[in-house]
Design a protein around this ligand. Structure first.
Ligand code: HEC
Ligand code: HEC
Length: 104
């Protein structure tokens, strides 16, 4: 009798565990890739400035290949799908709106 009960118990435990994990597998929160990218060390730096939705590749390289307009030069201008690795980060400084000082 004992010989049968043991494996039966183990099977029950195994299947209930398998069922429980599959039941909870769907309850993942929505992924937030931008937030993840900022938390992960050693990953592609996030883009600290505004980019147009269709801006990628050579459009980024105009500044980042040589370091135009104080852009940090990229070590990899040949990887043209920039935004597949670099996601939009927090935009640090707003564009200057109106020059201060002189009143009209
Ligand atoms: C008009 C020039 C210009 C263009 C075009 C441009 N950038 Fe930049 N980028 C800059 C400057 C300047 C900085 C320096 C940080 C800042 O803006 O404060 C920068 C910073 C970055 C950084 C952060 C680098 C670091 O070491 O933290 C990344 C990543 C980046 N840009 C990616 C991109 C991508 C991807 C594109 C295209 C979608 C792009 N940039 C287009 C000028 C540009
Ligand atoms: C395959 C992923 C990937 C692609 C595609 C990619 N980068 Fe990067 N980038 C990285 C990583 C990772 C870093 C962090 C430094 C490193 O490991 O080279 C980085 C760093 C940078 C930096 C900081 C300076 C440096 O080189 O370390 C800039 C600027 C940059 N990338 C711009 C760009 C631009 C512009 C493009 C598109 C022409 C681009 N990246 C495409 C992964 C990528």
């Amino acid at each position: 009798m004992k010989l049968i009960v043991r494996p039966m118990l183990l099977m029950t435990v195994f299947f209930s565990l398998a069922f429980m994990t599959s039941a909870f597998a769907d309850e993942q929160p929505e992924p937030d890739f931008a937030a993840d990218a900022m938390k992960s060390p050693g990953n592609p730096p996030t883009i600290p400035h505004a980019v147009k939705p269709d801006q990628d590749g050579e459009a980024c390289n105009t500044c980042h290949r040589t370091g135009l307009k104080n852009a940090p030069p990229t070590s990899h201008p040949e990887r043209l799908n920039c935004t597949s690795c670099h996601v939009q980060g927090e935009v640090k400084k707003e564009k200057k709106t109106a020059p201060k000082g002189k009143k009209k």
